[in-house]
Design a protein. Structure first.
Ligand code: 5HY
Length: 242
């Protein structure tokens, strides 16, 4: 089976890290390809960034369909473009936030989320509500580290770990979810240090897509997530037209 991991931001170093984390858990016979769109924001830290990430993300899903990918992961904790991607993909499309939250709900009574900037916390609460996970989510705690600084700030690992520890102390939660695809490589290290399970959404979503494919589960071709009605899209979006 072939799974396409789409990092909706255009930072290729982050994309290759995400791909390595997905490959580390994928089963034998599962081919992982991790990509960034040709267009879009270098990182996603606002509603504006998220909106501008969606056309490039969808273009990657279109390309994936043309080259026969079986399933997709949207590797950004805002799960941007998730429903639109599901409309145009035949196979499963899973966002890393939804995967992490559902998996976290199986581990105990509650989880905490460690996010990058405080301004991203509202989106995480919104997704928890949307996915029916708000009753499990006890807190969203910001490290105040920008997405791309996760790889450049020498203190990043320490700050993320300290934030995770603080989250568990404050929330008394049973698990911690890493609220950025760029934290995927910190999962095991943090888990060893804080004494509760830590979930990386990239690995969680990859295995969820793999499991759905093994079960032969694909979206319903009818109703809300049926293929969009062909129409003209003008201007810079004209390539998206039928
Ligand atoms: C992410 N932004 O996972 C989110 C995290 C965030 O570029 N990749 C990004 O802070 O919203």
């Amino acid at each position: 089976m072939r799974i396409k991991i789409v990092n909706p931001n255009t930072t290729l170093t982050m994309t290759s890290k995400i791909g390595a984390c997905a490959r580390a858990v994928a089963g034998p016979g599962t081919l992982i390809e991790a990509v960034s769109p040709d267009m879009g924001p270098a990182s996603i830290e606002s509603h504006y960034d998220e909106a501008l990430s969606v056309p490039g993300l969808l273009a990657e899903i279109v390309k994936g369909e043309q080259s026969g990918f079986d399933g997709y992961v949207i590797a950004c904790f805002g799960d941007p473009g998730l429903e639109a991607a599901r409309e145009i993909a035949r196979g499963p499309v899973i966002g890393i936030a939804e995967a992490a939250m559902h998996l976290g709900s199986f581990l105990g009574r509650s989880f905490s989320v460690v996010t990058t900037l405080e301004r991203s916390a509202g989106r995480t609460w919104e997704l928890a509500e949307k996915y029916g996970m708000a009753r499990f989510c006890k807190g969203v705690h910001a490290c105040e580290i920008a997405v791309l600084a996760l790889d450049t700030d020498p203190d990043a690992r320490k700050v993320v770990t300290e934030t995770a520890l603080r989250a568990v102390e404050i929330d008394k939660s049973d698990a911690v979810l890493l609220g950025c695809a760029g934290m995927a490589d910190l999962c095991q290290e943090i888990s060893d240090k804080i004494g509760v399970p830590v979930i990386d959404g990239v690995a969680a979503a990859t295995l969820l897509v793999e499991s759905m494919l093994r079960l032969g589960l694909r979206k319903s071709g009818r109703g809300e997530f049926a293929t969009p009605i062909p129409k003209v899209y003008s201007g810079i979006l004209s390539a998206f037209g039928g």
